[in-house]
Unconditional design. Structure first.
Length: 347
């Protein structure tokens, strides 16, 4: 079973009322050249990030060689550049980087499986289902019952320790993100059972290579107590960074009722939230702060998302579709407020 990473972009002849609302925007964006590949941008971005990661590990070797525990401070840049690798794998999965699917697949495997220990096949299956039906209970895996829940109906079914988590999930959200880096690795290994033999071998071999290489590198550069502490801090900060990048995007936004038949424009815009950006925020959030544009045009190269924003916003105003954009802190407040409200019946 070959893993196909889809773009999930509609055509202008979409069914229902979708064509009348989305087709003019699609034509405008296409005519502006915003769906064209940016191979040069990605080549530079990937090269710079790999050099930055190499510099961090060189610094770990130098500082670690002195026996200083200050080496743990380098877990922060290591987490930031690991997240950048994750963003690159994300873009490759959406076919944003290369015109050839095989090339995008190789980029995703390199940045996900090998560099991060995060399975490209697991991510692509989960993420494509999310893009197809964002915030839709029963269809979007990101709002399924897990450590957290997203509706009061889910909350009242909780029992035992899960009930305690749900009661306090808003205040526990950011601390729980510290475990996300490890959770991504565990989920990637668990997903191997879903794959056919060939894909399982490719994905699994690269995941094992990551674990072996990462462990060997740390134990070569650092005494084992520092190596364990560095790995724990690196993964905690990595999970926190990724969680902070993804949390503002949909949490607390509209959740379609079962059987709702929204067109592509409304399905993606009404369930998504933009975070007002600047160059620093765009860098830290991987451009995903332009979440509305990303969901409307998944294969659009990341540097074009901010350019598409005024076109999308103006079009939404013309057709009467609410376009939600807020500051970063306000986005977290809204997401946490929703989680707190969901847990209210248990309090």
């Amino acid at each position: 079973m070959a893993i196909v990473l889809t773009t999930l972009e509609p055509t202008e002849r979409a069914p229902g009322g979708e064509a009348s609302e989305f087709a003019p925007l699609l034509r405008t964006v296409r005519e502006a050249g915003l769906l064209r590949r940016r191979r040069g941008h990605y080549a530079v971005s990937i090269a710079v990030n790999l050099l930055a990661m190499a510099a961090v590990w060189t610094a770990v070797a130098v500082v670690g060689g002195t026996g200083s525990w200050w080496v743990l401070a380098l877990a922060l840049p290591a987490a930031v550049f690991s997240s950048r690798s994750g963003f690159t794998g994300h873009d490759a999965g959406h076919q944003q980087i290369a015109a050839d699917r095989r090339a995008n697949r190789l980029i995703a495997l390199f940045h996900g499986n090998l560099l991060l220990g995060m399975g490209a096949a697991w991510w692509s299956d989960k993420h494509n289902r999310h893009h197809a039906n964002p915030n839709h209970i029963g269809k979007d895996p990101d709002v399924e019952v897990g450590a957290l829940v997203w509706t009061r109906a889910q909350a009242v079914e909780r029992q035992g320790f899960a009930r305690f988590l749900t009661k306090h999930q808003a205040r526990l959200f950011f601390p729980m993100l510290l475990l996300e880096g490890l959770a991504l690795k565990v989920a990637s290994f668990q997903d191997l059972r879903r794959l056919d033999r060939r894909e399982r071998f490719v994905e699994g071999s690269l995941l094992v290579a990551h674990l072996a290489g990462y462990t060997a590198l740390l134990l070569t550069l650092l005494p084992w107590p520092q190596a364990v502490a560095f790995a724990a801090l690196h993964h905690a900060l990595f999970g926190l960074h990724l969680g902070c990048a993804f949390a503002p995007n949909h949490k607390g936004m509209e959740m379609p009722e079962p059987g709702a038949r929204w067109g592509h424009l409304r399905r993606q815009v009404l369930t998504s939230r933009n975070v007002r950006g600047n160059p620093v925020l765009d860098f830290l959030l991987g451009g995903l702060n332009y979440q509305i544009e990303h969901h409307l045009f998944p294969s659009m190269p990341r540097p074009h998302l901010r350019l598409a924003r005024p076109l999308v916003r103006a079009h939404c105003e013309r057709v009467g579709v609410r376009y939600t954009e807020t500051g970063l802190l306000d986005s977290y407040a809204q997401a946490l407020g929703h989680m707190h409200s969901v847990g209210e019946p248990l309090r």
